[in-house]
Design a protein. Structure first.
Length: 206
């Protein structure tokens, strides 16, 4: 050993080829050997670019964190319960999860969710994921949302909890890292924040 940790990654499913498609296509999973963290990315498209997720994943793996990457089958719009204004809807199908995706997320210890730059997308997509999966989550996004924003929507968070009757998630938002812009190189400072957030969250959920 020379101060490095080998990570074995099971190549993602893709384009009807089973395993080995290689590219970050919608509905694919690149799974690591130890289920520490699953990075959840929106479906690729003209508004959802996977570049920050790929860079973040590479940076986390370089720090010895085992990261799987799930690119969702349907991730462009907001869920049905989200705001109905035209801008919030985004492009493409409504956001949702398949049963297979729920099971893939659930077998990991921490979820890192990358959600873009529209408040309603960030909040309601997080709510949808954490409603079905009891997992601690770290949110990576561009816009400056806070724990109170999530709690107002019925999402459990580390610092602010909704009223008992309003709780609508199993999982909990543990940390939020903002300033990560879609399609732009992830700054080293933001990557360092993500590493710290994950390292702080994992020991609490072993």
């Amino acid at each position: 050993m020379f101060g490095r940790e080998t990570q074995v990654i099971d190549c993602r499913e893709g384009m009807g080829l089973g395993r080995g498609g290689g590219l970050a296509q919608r509905g694919t999973l690149s799974e690591t050997g130890r289920p520490d963290v699953i990075a959840i990315a929106m479906s690729p498209g003209r508004r959802h670019i996977t570049k920050p997720v790929c860079e973040i994943t590479h940076g986390l793996r370089r720090e010895g964190i085992q990261v799987s990457v799930l690119v969702l089958e349907a991730g462009a719009g907001v869920p049905d319960e989200g705001p109905s204004d035209r801008m919030a809807k985004g492009y493409g199908p409504k956001f949702g999860l398949t049963q297979k995706e729920i099971e893939q997320i659930a077998r990991h210890r921490v979820a890192l969710i990358h959600l873009g730059n529209i408040d309603s997308h960030v909040i309601y997509k997080t709510k949808y994921v954490l409603r079905y999966v009891d997992i601690p989550a770290i949110i990576a996004c561009q816009n400056p949302v806070d724990f109170e924003d999530f709690a107002k929507a019925g999402i459990k968070t580390r610092l602010v909890m909704p009223m008992d009757k309003d709780i609508d998630t199993q999982g909990t938002v543990m940390e939020i890292v903002t300033g990560i812009t879609r399609g732009v190189t992830c700054q080293r400072g933001s990557l360092n924040e993500l590493v710290k957030a994950i390292m702080k969250t994992i020991p609490q959920h072993t």
